[in-house]
Design a protein. Structure first.
Ligand SMILES: Cc1ncc(C[n+]2csc(CCO)c2C)c(N)n1
Length: 222
């Protein structure tokens, strides 16, 4: 299956995100508070755009059940993945609602968001956009499962963040994979290559997003 191949190809990227300081900080429960704050400021805006991009997929799909599922996801994302984000805000001792007021599209999140929009407007088939979006649940699920496997999170205040992404992603990933795998059966080699590139690039965007947060990346810091 095409999506299975994609997932195999990005294993080293996920492994490297796991070893980066943001995820290591989650694992050891010592992630610096400023990184969490920067992440939340960027991510609340990223999620707003992610919800809008879901809405751009709807006219491209012909699958009532799938569309109903996406409507639920729009609601879920518009609520800012509430539980996961409140876990982070409580850990950092900050007021989530107040902090996200100051958010911006920093350079790396800006690039990621525009990568998804480009595909939504450039290609009529939903699969191009889906391949740019799918690493979002997939990378988080894989990181969370890998962290949970260690079995050393008892007493870690960020454990609920890990549990959240271990348990909530399967159904979404199932729909996204099914749409892409169906399209891939009749796609040309050139189209398959664009799908592959979109998926790989979004995994790299996920890495850059965590590092952006850890390094407090801004436009001023050029
Ligand atoms: C940069 C970034 N990437 C992924 C997620 C996780 N996430 C965001 S939306 C979504 C799917 C919901 O339908 C998931 C899993 C995040 N919060 N921030």
């Amino acid at each position: 299956m095409f999506t299975k191949q994609l997932k195999k190809e990005v294993e080293p990227i996920i492994e490297s995100i796991y070893n980066d300081p943001f995820i290591q900080g989650i694992i050891h429960g010592n992630l610096k508070k400023e990184a969490v704050k920067h992440y939340l400021k960027a991510d609340s805006l990223y999620l707003n755009e992610f919800a809008k991009i879901y809405s751009l997929l709807i006219p491209k799909l012909d699958d009532r059940k799938g569309i109903q599922f996406l409507l639920g996801q729009i609601d879920f994302v518009m609520n800012g993945e509430v539980d996961a984000h409140y876990t982070l805000a409580d850990y950092a001792g900050i007021d989530y609602k107040a902090v996200i007021e100051e958010g911006e599209w920093y350079p790396s999140s800006d690039h990621y968001i525009k990568h998804m929009y480009y595909n939504a407007y450039r290609y009529s088939d939903a699969s191009f956009t889906i391949c740019a979006m799918a690493p979002c649940p997939y990378v988080y699920q894989q990181l969370a499962l890998k962290i949970a496997e260690r079995n050393d999170l008892e007493g870690n205040p960020l454990k609920p963040w890990v549990d959240f992404y271990c348990t909530n992603m399967d159904e979404l990933i199932g729909h996204l994979d099914r749409w892409v795998d169906e399209f891939s059966e009749t796609a040309s080699d050139e189209e398959l290559n664009i799908l592959r590139k979109n998926f790989v690039e979004s995994c790299i965007h996920e890495k850059r997003f965590f590092n952006m947060s850890y390094n407090i990346e801004t436009w001023e810091g050029y």
